[in-house]
Design a protein around this ligand. Structure first.
Ligand code: PMP
Length: 410
């Protein structure tokens, strides 16, 4: 008896997963590799790894600035490991605040020019913690329908009313805010760059719409904007000139910063109180000393990364043009960020393309519903400032070969 057969015959708390189990079994029975079970046997650089014995170009890492192998970043991590040990074994509010946690919060305050900075163990926890603590029962969280899962989960944990507006629609945002009670407290959550399609939010127009309504605070998630957008790399909100209008910026160390962790920065005078009342901050262990040391070093280097930003932008424009010239349908008509999403018709075609690219030596992310908007199947490419011109040429060649082999392009 197969696992799937067992699953469908025995009703228990796993029964609700049967459709997914069956769909996955059917897909794997066609002989394709499991897109969600890739193992990096060796990582050679921010852009190259060995996967199942084959040297592979990495084009799905969100390692935008290529800081994972920066020699200063790696050295800072090793030093902290030697001097402070492997972990803190404690919460930030008990024994888990070391000098390194203070240093990374100071680096963030300098990077963002804010009076407050709070570091969490992941970006997921930063959204979970900040949103659930700010907006509780009786409050409203107004969010873009394509918001990241951590934003939705923050609303769930806080028990706030969720009001969704159509993706990047200023008109719908305005309309929905207008329907809420004037005296209710509202948190509007935006993302600078949306991770599925790589499109950027029209922040000045959104801020203008929000400011027409009373009692609104604005949180902007810059997970995919930090490092790359704006003169100081703060994010899309800096590039679009709305810094003075955003009450909270949430971000992650797991993309441009090149390690793991999350944060929120703010100028609100009462911001510090969140350290005592934010459950995903209080009731979990703090980041290891080596991680905060690598993050602090990386953030300080990102303040002076103009050349890397320029090269990443060039790579993004070249890949966008190369793929659209080949006839692929992309998530945004023009290059807007370092994420380029190739939209495919169905799961079979997406998996066939993904596997052919892997066999050719290219790793991209495959994304499927419910993570993707409007039920689409996507091959998500994220460029890195360390991709060479030659690698970008090779990548376009691999897409051409895979597209023709699978029938995704003519
Ligand atoms: N926000 C957004 C928009 C994200 O895309 C992600 C991660 N993909 C996160 C938050 C969570 O970040 P982390 O990986 O640090 O948990």
């Amino acid at each position: 008896m197969t696992d799937a057969a067992i699953a469908t015959e025995t009703r228990d708390l796993f029964s609700k997963f049967d459709p997914l189990i069956n769909e996955r079994e059917a897909l794997l029975a066609t002989g394709v590799r499991d897109p969600y079970a890739i193992v990096m046997d060796q990582v050679l650089s921010p852009t190259r790894a060995i996967i199942q014995g084959k040297e592979t170009i990495l084009l799905g890492t969100y390692n935008y600035m290529g800081m994972t192998f920066d020699p200063d970043v790696v050295a800072a991590g090793k030093k902290a490991l030697d001097e402070f040990g492997a972990g803190t074994t404690g919460s930030r509010v008990l024994n888990g605040t070391y000098q390194g946690h203070k240093e990374v919060e100071d680096a963030l305050k300098e990077f963002y020019g804010t009076s407050g900075a709070m570091v969490f163990s992941t970006g997921y926890q930063a959204n979970l913690g900040i949103i659930s603590t700010l907006a509780g029962k009786g409050d409203y969280v107004v969010l873009d329908a394509d918001s990241h899962a951590s934003i939705y989960d923050g609303c769930g944990l806080g028990n706030a009313e969720i009001v969704r507006f159509r993706h990047n629609s200023v008109e719908d945002l305005d309309k929905r805010l207008g329907r809420l009670p004037a005296d209710a407290l509202k948190l509007v959550v935006l993302e600078g760059v949306y991770s599925m399609l790589g499109d950027v939010a029209p922040l000045p127009e959104m801020v203008a719409a929000i400011r027409k309504h009373p009692n609104c605070m604005i949180l902007c998630d810059e997970a995919h904007g930090m490092g790359f957008f704006g003169p100081n790399g703060r994010g899309a909100y800096e590039e679009q000139g709305v810094e003075g209008e955003i009450d909270f910026v949430v971000g992650t160390f797991s993309k441009s910063v090149g390690t793991v962790g999350g944060f929120c920065v703010s100028n609100h005078p009462k911001f510090e109180i969140l350290r005592l009342v934010c459950r995903p901050y209080v009731f979990t262990a703090s980041l290891p000393p080596s991680v905060v040391a690598t993050a602090a070093t990386s953030i300080r280097k990102l303040m002076h990364a103009g050349e890397k930003r320029a090269h990443l932008w060039k790579n993004s424009q070249r890949l966008h043009k190369g793929l659209s010239d080949l006839g692929f349908k992309l998530g945004s008509a023009t290059p807007q960020s370092a994420i380029i999403a190739v939209i495919l018709t169905d799961q079979m075609q997406a998996v066939a393309m993904w596997q052919t690219l892997l066999e050719l030596g290219l790793y991209v992310n495959m994304a499927r519903p419910p993570a993707t908007p409007a039920g689409t199947f996507l091959l998500r490419c994220s460029l890195c400032a360390e991709h060479s011109d030659d690698q970008v040429t090779q990548i376009i060649g691999m897409f051409e070969a895979a597209g023709k082999a699978t029938g995704a392009i003519g």
